[in-house]
Design a protein around this ligand. Structure first.
Ligand code: BGC
Length: 756
């Protein structure tokens, strides 16, 4: 339904990134921002509904609706919803950028009278949002801007615009709040129409929508409806997700049904909401009472698997849990012979689904759901294997740039909701602000997107310059989050700071090289040398030992190329030794985990990497799987071995960053050049796996890599898309060139494959 601004995914494949730019609408000068002409109830703030009757004098050939709002909007034409996008106009840095959408509504209009209605929810703009539950984060007033461009069959045209000729009233949605949920009284008729008044036009630039809309996706039926030990009626939908519940129910007028949402049951089997912080996550429906009624919220979503039902017999109603998320093209699939690892892949995809909801959020359930920069870059590559994230991140990077401070600091959350709070989140910290450099670079690498490098170059430079300006004697120390939530010995903050300074500078040098900015290449290469020298001087003991001596310290030093060749082998050996000494368990947090297995497999410890992959006691990737997780947890032991639950997120994609290793190392699909024009196929079989396969849709088409061990021999099947070339490395052999098409290989299993 949304036309002109979304390019079909199949077309996208070989389009240069510049073609991603959305079509710009020239707004009619008559279109005016309008707001309710009445004084709102200041407590609940029922959703305002704007309305206009438009008389079409002739038959209509085509009609496009352009619309945006301060708040979230849903537009209807003659009682039918315009488009299938939710949470529009989306979340951007509202002070600077506000998106509008375009809908082809030709089929919804008719000759004669037509009714246009737009309901506005609180949304990110003015709802209670953020850790402090502040209201009116961007502004106090809900407002609408709309233009309906109609072309009649005789070729004449008309523009119907928002102006003081509209009316505004209220209806059944008595309250709407992202965290809180909705209160909807079906007995309340829409009406009480009053006038509207012109609203102050926001200072933000109106921008077309670049990324995919949030739409309804999978729906789940209850797997179980039961009564908990505490006597509460609970529905289990079997999958943790972000979205809402749709209920079809019959009852008496005034019957009140309350649905509360939770991700887990506690140790006793009771409904647990202790991890939601201030999010009430409750939808309340008051029945009109004549015949079956269908309810679902409009401007709120919840992170949940379980729903507590009050006010009706749960078994007598019809239930669906509906997942909502950004409609990103599916680009990958991974599976292997171990069902637990397949469940891990499932959990990764579901945390991706649940947290790619217009912006990359940390979690979908508690009173947070913010665009934490660290989480986003940690997970980017994994996300890119499973979904096409190019436009999604192109949009978010524009907000990053918009919210970057004049001194180059990158706020820890984007959009920066906390921009007016003293001190909070203003100066990005190591491992978080670096998203400003790491994401554009990775996006370039994955999609051969030089446009993103050009677009973000000033922002990337400003971040590295900011670090430099905060440093002393070539050392950066910033009080950050460190290796967030690491279960083991903590890696000191200054060590991490220096690692990230080096890495961002390294990527900036590469970017300057791609963009042919020779002066910058020289300037930042020199900076990199100093940063590395300071690192070796301050954080390395002779003999390849980092100070601190933690798993994460070796992972970062090796991954970010901070060690001279002579020390790399020793550092990798120490990392492997630390893992063995930890009873073959990882001890890494948000920053160390994403690269842990890569560092091991790159330095000859693929066997240790597989030991960690298969590990199923805490802390490990498979421990949550064994505990029944259907998404990735924020903490390795969100549910402890004794089944007690922690007040943490059960849907946080950060540790899902292992997905990248599954595709690139287990299945062995990697890019040797930007955009996978040159491909590397180098699977590294190991552990208990007897087969693995992955399919990945790169910009040229599908790449497939599959291997299977049968009677001591390794069989490989590879597919290379048109226009690309690959080097295929059969384990234990030298690489072979392979062009587009299907290829099979078979070889004796080399002794270096450590199967257990
Ligand atoms: C978020 C994280 C985030 C972190 C910063 C948390 O509250 O959920 O994912 O990166 O804060 O340390």
């Amino acid at each position: 339904m949304i036309r002109s601004i979304f390019i079909p995914a199949c077309l996208l494949l070989l389009l240069p990134a510049a073609a991603l730019h959305a079509q710009i609408h020239a707004w009619s000068a008559q279109a005016t921002w309008i707001r309710p002409g009445y004084i709102e109830d200041s407590v609940l703030r029922p959703c305002p509904i704007f309305r206009k009757i438009y008389h079409a004098p002739r038959n209509i050939r085509s009609a496009m609706l352009y619309i945006t709002a301060l708040g979230l909007y849903e537009a209807e034409v003659n009682g039918q919803r315009a488009g299938d996008a939710y949470f529009t106009p989306g979340w951007t840095s509202y002070d600077k950028r506000l998106q509008y959408q375009a809908y082809d509504v030709t089929k919804l209009l008719q000759a004669g009278d037509n009714e246009l209605r737009v309901t506005i929810g609180e949304g990110w703009y003015r709802g209670a949002f953020g850790g402090l539950m502040q209201r009116d984060n961007y502004g106090k007033e809900a407002a609408l801007l709309l233009e309906l461009d109609v072309t009649y069959t005789d070729g004449s045209s008309a523009a119907i615009v928002s102006d003081t000729g509209w009316q505004c009233g209220t209806g059944p949605i008595l309250h709407s709040d992202i965290y809180g949920g909705e209160i909807l009284d079906a007995r309340v008729a829409t009406g009480n129409w009053r006038g509207v008044i012109p609203a102050q036009a926001p200072a933000a630039a109106l921008v077309p929508t670049l990324s995919e809309p949030v739409t309804k996706q999978e729906s789940f039926r209850p797997v179980k409806i039961f009564t908990t030990p505490a006597g509460e009626q609970v529905i289990d939908f079997g999958q943790n997700l972000a979205g809402w519940v749709r209920i079809r129910v019959k009852g008496k007028p005034g019957d009140t049904i309350r649905l509360s949402h939770a991700e887990v049951l506690d140790k006793a089997g009771n409904f647990y909401t202790g991890n939601l912080r201030q999010a009430r996550a409750t939808d309340t429906y008051i029945l009109r009472g004549n015949g079956p009624e269908i309810f679902e919220p409009h401007f709120s979503w919840h992170g949940f698997r379980y729903v507590k039902v009050e006010g009706c017999d749960a078994k007598a109603a019809d239930w669906r849990a509906i997942a909502l998320y950004s409609a990103l093209e599916r680009t990958g699939a991974f599976s292997c012979s171990d069902p637990l690892i397949n469940q891990l892949q499932h959990n990764i995809e579901w945390s991706l689904n649940s947290n790619f909801l217009d912006i990359p959020t940390d979690c979908p359930q508690r009173s947070e759901r913010l665009g934490w920069t660290g989480d986003a870059h940690i997970f980017y590559r994994t996300a890119s294997f499973n979904r096409n994230v190019q436009r999604f991140f192109a949009k978010w990077l524009q907000d990053l740039q918009a919210d970057q401070r004049a001194n180059g600091a990158v706020p820890n959350i984007i959009p920066n909701l906390y921009r007016n709070l003293p001190g909070a989140g203003k100066n990005g910290v190591a491992g978080w602000g670096d998203a400003a450099v790491i994401i554009p670079w990775t996006q370039y690498w994955v999609y051969n997107d030089t446009a993103i490098l050009r677009a973000q170059y000033a922002s990337m430079k400003a971040w590295v310059d900011h670090i430099q300006s905060m440093s002393k004697n070539d050392l950066w120390t910033v009080n950050g989050y460190g290796d967030w939530l690491a279960p083991g010995d903590s890696t000191s903050l200054p060590f991490i700071d220096q690692c990230y300074w080096a890495w961002s500078t390294q990527l900036l040098v590469r970017t300057a090289t791609v963009l042919d900015r020779q002066e910058d290449v020289q300037y930042y290469s020199a900076m990199l040398q100093r940063v590395k020298a300071a690192f070796l001087q301050h954080y390395m003991a002779p003999g390849g030992k980092t100070m601190p001596n933690t798993q994460t310290s070796y992972v970062l030093a090796l991954q970010f190329d901070l060690l001279p060749d002579s020390l790399q082998g020793k550092a990798a050996a120490r990392l492997a030794a630390l893992i063995r000494a930890n009873d073959n368990h990882l001890s890494t947090g948000f920053l160390g985990t994403p690269y842990l297995l890569h560092v091991l497999s790159r330095h000859g410890y693929t066997d240790v990497a597989y030991t960690l992959l298969h590990q199923d006691t805490y802390p490990s990737w498979l421990y949550p799987v064994k505990m029944g997780a259907t998404t990735i947890w924020e903490k390795w032991d969100a549910i402890r071995p004794d089944s007690s639950v922690q007040a943490t997120s059960y849907n946080h994609y950060a540790y899902g960053a292992i997905g990248d290793w599954l595709y690139r190392v287990v299945a062995g699909i990697d890019a040797a050049s930007p955009g996978y024009q040159r491909i590397i196929i180098r699977p590294q079989p190991g552990g208990r796996l007897t087969w693995a396969k992955a399919r990945y849709r790169c910009p040229y088409g599908d790449i497939v890599s599959e291997w299977r061990i049968q009677r001591g021999r390794l069989h490989m099947r590879v597919e290379i898309p048109p226009g690309a070339r690959a080097m295929v490395y059969v384990p234990g052999q030298t690489g072979k060139e392979a062009g587009p098409g299907k290829h099979v290989f078979a070889a004796p299993l080399p002794a270096t494959v450590f199967l257990r």
